[in-house]
Write a new protein. Structure first.
Length: 134
């Protein structure tokens, strides 16, 4: 992890797990990167990762990719806008094993975007907020 004097943070991640038994093994490997950028009147958070898992007893492999970005903009004490976007992809494949206990192949792909606006004036008992998500 690297932290700058202005408060920005950058981090690389790596994780590797291996479990073995006499008749099976499990391997999981993950690479990731994330950043937090603190700028005047705004903050940006970004994360990305890629993961692969092999499970020998089911003769199965899965891959998982994720990207997530959050942006917070606050031009003054009255207004704030929060925006988020993310992408997610998961793919599982397997070869038929002798007892037929493996799960079927599957793929999941998701994408979403949302934005939320807050209006809270200091001098009035009024608060308004609204958002959109797709």
């Amino acid at each position: 992890s690297f932290l700058t004097e202005s408060g920005n943070r950058y981090r690389l991640r790596y994780d590797n797990n291996h479990y073995a038994a006499p008749s099976s093994s499990y391997d999981d490997e993950l690479f990731g990167v994330d950043a937090v950028l603190r700028l005047p009147k705004q903050t940006l958070l970004a994360k990305a990762s890629a993961e692969q898992t092999d499970y020998s007893v089911l003769n199965q492999r899965s891959t998982n990719y994720m990207v997530n970005v959050d942006h917070f903009y606050y031009p003054d004490r009255t207004w704030r806008v929060d925006t988020m976007g993310n992408l997610y992809s998961y793919d599982r494949t397997s070869q038929l094993v002798a007892l037929g206990t493996n799960q079927p192949d599957s793929t999941t792909d998701l994408a979403q975007f949302s934005s939320f606006v807050f209006y809270r004036p200091d001098d009035r008992p009024l608060s308004v907020s609204g958002g959109i998500r797709v």
